[in-house]
Design a protein around this ligand. Structure first.
Ligand code: ME8
Length: 516
């Protein structure tokens, strides 16, 4: 059993050159759902997020804002911290790359790589994109409206500098061997294939220092250079667990990370450079890197010129937090690209949440309130129909656990909603409102089965819609200590328990101006 093994999960650390938007919210919410799931499943979790604060791009943004890079990063980093509060993110740590614990760790990593002969001083001549903070080969450039550009569409500039290099070329075979031996180390499969092809095509040594600007971590022993922002940034995943103290309990408990979630835009950094840096420093690579897909908004790429970067606050103010979290995780397979549209969002909110789940909970709780003196009813003997509903609810944990192990959030939610559907059909078929007159004892059994199914659904939806699940568990009078997954089998609802007054958990979305 892996139930007791610690679980370390990370988001990318976000650049502070821009405010948080839907894309950042997506990655962070997905990690939060996984972190919450694992905690409820009994694992000791460390969930890390944070901000990436060095580099030329941030230096330029600060200059444009007319303030120092430190003031600038303090301000925007706080906006990302606010996002975690807004989205009810359960991160255990928030790292900033300007913190001393990180700076010290990165310099130690550099010295370790140097000591092992993995770094040398050379001359770099090639293309650099400040927006991507990435180096590109001649052959990778594409034609754009004003000359050649990076494959991402970003501008590139010709750069010639004295730079330190990391011997990435020497790691080609070992990386391939690693991915052969660990086929699930990069997911989904399409990304793994992309990574393996990239490595097979040949790796060149990587420039890992810059001299043309100063907003970065100084290279130990050569203060003319700052450390390349990606080497600096990637190291956050180990400096946050105490590196260079690799014998510390924190480090040995949590490294290697169980899963590092990133967008597909940065898979090369996480699945090629990062494991190479780690192996070169004598450390283990992460167990799994998952690269999810890309959101567009109303069919268009998010961009400054279209001004369609949706701030997370706008989403939450418009639709409510739980519906936003649900939509992001339910709407598309994790790994696929998708489109955020008002119509699709409202469809899910009013359909899956308000009509299907919300109504079910409301109907059952109101009937218990009216017909059972507001207390959990005592069931009589169960019929096959009752047993079938309860079995479906009890089987759900294993099904959801299987999907979460693959980061298939949409399948996990689909499975939960299949039981919601089954419970709705059961209410219609059993018609407890008719039984209340004809056969009150049978009605009590039916309402008990429904309340017990609701308890399962509420416990299992906590990772995804924590606010609504909390409300429903409160309404079912489930004590705080009986909300983890062990309690699913161990702590059924106790007949006679008094329930509070029911209250809607998923109000419908009404278009402004509609119905007036
Ligand atoms: O790349 N759809 O930071 P960043 C889905 N600092 N996800 C999106 C998205 C979209 N349209 N836009 C952004 C960096 N994301 C580096 C990372 S890690 C050591 C350093 C999400 O602020 C997605 O997770 O540009 C993507 O990988 C990340 O934001 C990029 O954030």
């Amino acid at each position: 059993m892996t139930a007791d093994r610690p679980f370390f999960i990370t988001t990318p650390i976000y650049y502070v050159n821009d405010a948080p938007h839907l894309g950042h919210a997506y990655t962070t919410v997905a990690c939060d759902a996984l972190a919450r799931f694992m905690r409820l499943d009994g694992r000791r979790v460390k969930f890390l997020t944070g901000t990436d604060e060095h580099g030329q791009k941030v230096e330029q943004s600060a200059r444009l804002a007319g303030i120092s890079p430190q003031q600038f990063t303090d301000r925007i980093s706080e906006a990302f911290r606010d996002m975690t509060r807004l989205l009810d993110i359960s991160n255990d740590d928030f790292i900033r790359t300007t913190e001393q614990r990180h700076v010290r760790g990165v310099q130690a990593l550099w010295q370790e790589l140097e000591r092992r002969g993995e770094i040398y001083l050379g001359r770099f001549a090639g293309w650099y994109s400040v927006r991507d903070e990435a180096f590109y080969d001649e052959g990778e450039l594409v034609d754009g409206p004003n000359g050649r550009r990076a494959p991402s569409g970003a501008e590139v500039e010709w750069l010639e500098e004295e730079n330190y290099f990391f011997r990435l070329s020497a790691w080609q075979d070992r990386l391939l061997a690693y991915y052969n031996a660990n086929p699930d180390a990069v997911a989904p499969r399409s990304r793994r294939n992309e990574v393996v092809s990239f490595i097979k095509a040949g790796l060149r040594d990587l420039s890992i220092s810059r001299t043309s600007f100063s907003w970065g971590i100084p290279v130990p022993g050569n203060l003319d250079h700052v450390i390349y922002v990606w080497l600096d940034a990637l190291a956050n995943y180990i400096t946050a667990v105490g590196y260079p103290d690799s014998h510390s309990p924190e480090f040995s408990t949590f490294w290697p990370a169980d899963i590092q979630v990133v967008g597909k835009d940065i898979v090369r950094f996480h699945a090629v450079y990062w494991p190479a840096f780690l192996m070169a420093a004598g450390l283990e690579p992460p167990r799994r890197v998952f690269a999810h897909g890309w959101w567009t908004v109303e069919g268009q790429k998010m961009s400054k010129s279209l001004n369609n970067f949706i701030p997370p606050k706008q989403l939450v103010d418009t639709y409510g937090l739980d519906p936003v979290r649900y939509f992001l995780l339910r709407e598309l397979p994790f790994g696929s690209d998708g489109d955020f549209s008002h119509r699709a969002m409202v469809g899910r909110l009013n359909g899956d949440l308000a009509n299907d789940f919300g109504n079910l909970a409301q109907r059952v709780l109101v009937m218990i309130g009216r017909n059972c003196d507001g207390c959990v009813p005592a069931p009589g003997e169960l019929t096959d129909d009752d047993a079938a509903l309860l079995d479906s609810a009890r089987d759900l944990l294993a099904v959801v656990r299987g999907h979460m192990a693959e980061q298939a959030f949409h399948l996990a939610l689909e499975a939960v909603w299949r039981v919601v559907g089954e419970a709705n059909r059961y209410v219609d078929e059993q018609a407890p409102w008719v039984l209340s007159r004809k056969d009150p004892a049978r009605m009590r059994t039916v309402l008990y089965a429904l309340a017990e199914a609701l308890r399962h659904l509420a416990i299992l939806t906590q990772p995804f819609v924590p606010g609504a699940a909390r409300k429903l568990l409160d309404q079912l009078a489930v004590p705080r200590r009986a909300r983890h997954f062990n309690a699913l089998a161990d702590a059924p609802l106790a007949p006679g328990m008094r329930l509070p007054k029911p209250e809607a958990i998923f109000p419908r979305f009404v278009e402004a101006g509609a119905g007036s």
